[in-house]
Design a protein. Structure first.
Length: 406
């Protein structure tokens, strides 16, 4: 190789030409490396997978997000895991409501591009198609559109892409103040509205005409649509105090629900939209789970008398609630009826356990446990009655269920 380079140099006898060729060679080599990394970053899941009994987990090992390698599929029958290698930005893929497709961001040139693929990552295609930075894709309820944030006109604005045709349009009817970087975008369950929370203003956008109205101008911690799309529950910071409120979309009105110390505020609507779960208490160490009856406008304390009770989640049929509790001086997974009766310890193990999630059919519960290692907790499955507990994956960090195919 050295001899060839010397012969090549002497045959040309021109240092300027050599430097010129060298610069182009390096530039082309760099482009090849970038292209190779881009192609590698878009690799789909390599295995042939069954269509059912699969869970897609995201593990966040640091406070700033997660790498693509920390999003993986778990086959709950064979317990094999399959990582996704789609995005080179560190953002997890976003699944369509039916779980058949996903959207992901890939860095190209000066900004991100949004791709859509089938749920395994195959057949990817670019739907944002612009040199500007595109980010934060969110599927519409029917899976036909994706809302995303783009800087294609310098300011950060909201756009809507037709998944089938690739047509892109502005979500707003007119130019307004640019969106902030950190925001939460949610479609209403009926697809008529888009809710934008940029931590300074809670805004509602009419998808049909692009008109938007302000619901509240305050530091909104979290927001959640009711399943019927009629109301929005959200928590706010007013000075040093937190408050839980509900906005009526049709009436364009807001009412306060609770002003006591709210803990880990993430309001959870019942499937029929008639009740709202949240956590509150006099101190963080004595938090209780409350259920607000939306017709009576009355909060029922479901777990009074114990230590900290947190992380409530409705069963798919709305008859049961699963939660994490310290009532036995260690974190355990409990289940109770929707009215707070018949409380049962499901996990019943000396190790700490938390983060319960119902399966779509309500027959299983996923949770995180340190029963095998406090340094590397495991993801476990059990039946809804607490039986057949088994580990399906080992993780390092907070776990989020991105999709569950049964």
């Amino acid at each position: 190789m050295v001899t060839a380079r010397i012969l090549f140099y002497h045959s040309i006898m021109n240092r300027k030409l050599v430097r010129f060729i060298g610069k182009w060679f390096l530039a082309l080599s760099a482009m090849a490396v970038v292209l190779s990394l881009f192609i590698l970053s878009m690799r789909p899941v390599g295995a042939v997978l069954p269509r059912n009994d699969l869970i897609v987990l995201q593990v966040e090992g640091d406070p700033f997000g997660t790498s693509a390698e920390n999003v993986f599929i778990v086959d709950t029958r064979t317990l094999r895991t399959y990582p996704y290698h789609l995005s080179n930005t560190g953002h997890a893929p976003v699944f369509s409501p039916d779980g058949e497709h996903l959207a992901f961001i890939t860095l190209e040139g000066a900004g991100g591009e949004i791709y859509v693929a089938d749920w395994t990552g195959r057949n990817a295609r670019n739907i944002s198609n612009h040199s500007a930075d595109d980010a934060a894709p969110v599927w519409s309820p029917g899976g036909k559109h994706i809302a995303f944030v783009s800087r294609r006109d310098r300011n950060r604005e909201l756009f809507i892409a037709d998944v089938e045709t690739g047509e892109v349009r502005r979500a707003f009817a007119n130019d307004t103040a640019p969106l902030l970087l950190f925001l939460d975008v949610q479609w209403s369950p009926d697809g008529r509205y888009i809710l934008i929370n940029d931590r300074a203003t809670l805004t509602l956008v009419d998808v049909a005409n692009g008109e938007r109205r302000t619901i509240d101008r305050v530091d909104v911690l979290s927001a959640a649509w009711s399943p019927d799309g009629a109301q929005i529950a959200y928590g706010v910071m007013r000075g040093a105090a937190m408050q839980l409120l509900v906005a009526d979309v049709a009436a364009d009105s807001v009412r306060g629900l609770d002003t006591r110390l709210l803990v880990g505020l993430s309001p959870r609507w019942s499937p029929d939209s008639k009740a709202l779960l949240y956590v509150a208490g006099t101190t963080v160490n004595s938090a209780d789970i409350f259920s607000m009856d939306m017709d009576e406008n009355f909060a029922h304390n479901l777990t009074s008398g114990g230590l900290s009770d947190i992380m409530p989640a409705w069963s798919p049929d709305g008859t049961k609630i699963v939660f994490a509790s310290m009532r036995d001086n260690q974190w355990e997974i409990y289940r109770m009826n929707a009215d707070g009766t018949n409380t049962v310890n499901l996990s019943n193990h000396p190790a700490h356990e938390s983060n319960p999630v119902w399966s779509p059919d309500g027959k299983q519960i996923l949770f995180v446990s340190a029963r095998e290692s406090s340094l590397r907790p495991g993801v476990y499955l059990m039946n809804a009655d607490g039986s057949h507990q088994r580990r399906i994956a080992q993780v390092e960090g907070a776990v989020t269920v991105r999709m569950w195919r049964q």
